[in-house]
Design a protein around this ligand. Structure first.
Ligand SMILES: Nc1ncnc2c1ncn2[C@@H]1O[C@H](COP(=O)(O)OP(=O)(O)OP(=O)(O)O)[C@@H](O)[C@H]1O
Ligand SMILES: [Mg+2]
Length: 349
């Protein structure tokens, strides 16, 4: 069926025919009449579960849902101005309405994430702050493992790696809040100028790797954004990439970058990602570990609207005491002054 979808498309005179195999012997044909990604309109929401966010539209006109419990960590790649931060913005506002702690690491001086500070449990805006924040997150993860061990009657000496249960097995009153860590521009964390910074970098990479390896069971998830993510970022980078199961690749400038995002999970999607035009920011190829891939595009969401959502949902900020020192000071919303402007008069009049 999939092989003949191109012929069906012409026979029926539609924009696209998508074939989904539902169960052995049953396939679903989705006919799409026009390019739904040109002007994104999200399908009406059908209820929302904890840690799932319909973040973009798929080319078959269904919602692309970011489900943290199915795919704990994700890599969002793309050239500059390709729409990565827009993707994060949509995701963050989707999570803002849920009882989830949001952590931002934005080493571009916080330009992307500080507008959302009112809803963030922690924010680091440069590598120094990130170097302080990451060990606290690792410690929080270890504490959660200890909690699981205590609750399940597992000896405290058992290494974290062999524990199979997770925070979801804890009774609701004791379960710590899930934490989603957003890293915008990961290269800023990885690239170092001096020898002295190198040590700190290696520590941060190790901490990120530990969070990626063990975070899921502790309810800690990573959303990592970058322009490139290859071995050139240094020791530990490819290891971290291998832990990031979900892959979203926006427009890239060269095939090598697309390979970094999709090469190891959906090789045939690499070519597709390389052909995304600059005129359609937000368009991306999303792959999954089953080897499937699909084109998606985020809806446009202005920074002001996203920031407003974060302010409105600020009271949902979950209590995570360890992160308290990293809450950034939130300036009060701007006061609009009514200024009467004098009528301009020509200088020589
Ligand atoms: N889905 C979308 N629909 C319409 N416009 C979009 C969409 N996604 C992004 N844009 C626009 O494209 C521009 C670049 O987006 P964005 O800032 O998300 O890119 P980026 O990949 O984060 O870039 P950088 O690497 O420079 O941070 C912005 O002006 C944004 O408004
Ligand atoms: Mg950006």
């Amino acid at each position: 069926m999939a092989a003949s979808s191109e012929r069906l498309r012409h026979a029926w005179g539609v924009h696209a025919v998508h074939v989904v195999s539902l169960e052995p012997g049953v396939v679903e044909l989705r006919l799409v009449g026009f390019d739904v990604l040109r002007k994104v309109k999200m399908p009406r929401r059908t209820g929302s579960d904890l840690l799932t966010v319909p973040v973009a539209l798929r080319e078959d006109a269904t919602a692309f849902v970011r489900d943290y419990r199915a795919v704990p960590h994700q890599l969002v790649l793309g050239a500059t101005l390709s729409g990565k931060s827009m993707f994060l913005r949509n995701l963050l506002t989707g999570l803002a309405t849920q009882p989830v702690a949001l952590v931002g690491i934005d080493c571009k001086r916080g330009v992307e994430l500080s507008p959302f500070a009112s809803r963030l449990s922690a924010l680091a805006t440069d590598p120094d702050e990130a170097a302080n924040l990451l060990p606290v997150l690792v410690k929080e993860m270890e504490d959660r493992y200890d909690l699981i061990k205590a609750r399940q009657g597992i000896a405290l000496s058992t290494p974290d790696e062999v524990i199979t249960s997770d925070v979801w097995g804890l009774p609701e009153g004791e379960r710590p809040h899930p934490i989603v860590v957003f890293v915008d521009e990961v290269a800023e964390l990885f690239l170092v100028a001096t020898k002295k910074d190198e040590e700190r970098r290696d520590e941060m990479v190790t901490q990120l790797n530990r969070l990626a390896q063990l975070g899921r069971a502790a309810g800690i998830y990573l959303e990592v954004c970058g322009q490139r993510f290859g071995a050139e970022l240094g020791k530990g980078a490819t290891m971290l990439r291998a832990q990031l199961t979900g892959r979203v690749c926006h427009r890239v400038n060269d095939e090598a970058s697309a390979k970094m995002a999709l090469g190891d999970i959906a090789p045939e999607a690499v070519g597709v990602a390389s052909t995304i035009a600059a005129e359609v920011p937000g368009l991306a190829v999303a792959g999954d570990t089953s080897g499937g891939w699909i084109r998606i595009r985020t809806p446009y969401l202005s920074l002001a609207d996203a920031a407003a959502t974060c302010r409105e949902t600020a009271e949902l900020l979950p209590d995570v005491p360890a992160l308290e020192p990293f809450r950034s000071h939130v300036p009060p919303p701007p006061v609009t002054l009514s200024v009467t402007l004098a009528k301009p008069r020509p200088a020589n009049g």
